[in-house]
Design a protein around this ligand. Structure first.
Ligand code: ZN
Ligand code: MN
Length: 149
C-alpha cells in the first residue's frame, strides 16, 4: 500500500475549518470543542464521554449535538469511529491506521506504539478478487487497571 497516512501538520483549528468547508459543512464552536477534545485525549472516548467533557467548556451543548459533531468529524476524515459487535462505538482523533489494544473487562481502548509495515501485511496473504484499502488490528486482553483491580 502506498497511501500517505501521515497526520496533517497544520494548526488543528485551521485544519478543522478547511476540512469542514471542503465537505460543505460549517465551522461551529461545538464542532471545534468536540474536535479539540478528541485531539488531546488518548482515551478513545464514547459519545457520552465526549459529552461529559465538552459540557465543561460549552455547558448548554446537548448529547445529540455532540453525537452529530462526532459523526461530521468522521465523515470529513478528521476522526475515526471504532465500532464493536455490541453496537457500542468509540471515537479516535487519529485517522492513520494504527493498532489498538482493547480491554475485555472494562472496554477501554489504547493505541499500541507500533504500526504494521507492508511486509507484515504481505504476510497475511492475498484474497483473490479482494482489493485491500486499509486494515484494522485490535489485540484484546486485560488492561493494567483491571489487572490491579
Ligand atoms: Zn480494563
Ligand atoms: Mn487510536
Amino acid at each position: 500500500m502506498d497511501v500517505n497516512y501521515n497526520q496533517p501538520a497544520a494548526e488543528p483549528e485551521t485544519l478543522l475549518r478547511e476540512a469542514l468547508e471542503a465537505n460543505g459543512q460549517r465551522f461551529t464552536e461545538q464542532r471545534s470543542a468536540v474536535y479539540r477534545y478528541l485531539r488531546q485525549t488518548e482515551d478513545h472516548p464514547s459519545a457520552d464521554d465526549v459529552f461529559t467533557s465538552v459540557r465543561g467548556v460549552i455547558p448548554d451543548i446537548s448529547l445529540a449535538t455532540v453525537y452529530k459533531s462526532l459523526e461530521t468529524l468522521v465523515s470529513c476524515g478528521l476522526a475515526s469511529k471504532l465500532t464493536y459487535g455490541d453496537g457500542s462505538a468509540r471515537y479516535d482523533g487519529r485517522t492513520d491506521p494504527h493498532p489498538h489494544a482493547r480491554c475485555l473487562t472494562c472496554g477501554s481502548v489504547a493505541d499500541l506504539p507500533g504500526v504494521l509495515d507492508g511486509e507484515s501485511l504481505d504476510r497475511l496473504g492475498e484474497l483473490p478478487g479482494f482489493s485491500i484499502e486499509g486494515y484494522r488490528v485490535e489485540v484484546v486482553g486485560t488492561c493494567r487497571e483491571c489487572q490491579e483491580g
